[in-house]
Design a protein. Structure first.
Length: 88
């Protein structure tokens, strides 16, 4: 379980680091994004490990990455504001 947790933290950090560098203008501060990615991956690993049981390390890591991606997607802001036209 230790290696699954460690691997999920590393993958969550890598995913959030990539999100910060590619979408910096649409995300809150770097500390929030990195923390949310790591904690989301750790929580995802915990939930996936509880659902699958021991012996499914790859499935646990995939679940961790999936939950981290969902948590990071909740932090995204729209790229631009929608404007209403005055003609309507």
């Amino acid at each position: 379980m230790f290696w699954e947790a460690f691997g999920s933290v590393v993958l969550g950090f890598a995913l959030s680091w990539a999100a910060v560098h590619r979408l910096a203008d649409r995300l809150p501060s770097r500390r929030v994004v990195l923390g949310a990615g790591v904690l989301g991956a750790l929580f995802g690993a915990l939930i996936t490990h509880a659902a699958l049981g021991p012996g499914y390390a790859l499935g646990t890591l995939l679940g961790a990455v999936a939950v981290a991606a969902v948590v990071l997607s909740l932090l995204l802001r729209p790229a631009r504001r929608l404007r209403r036209s005055a003609a309507t």
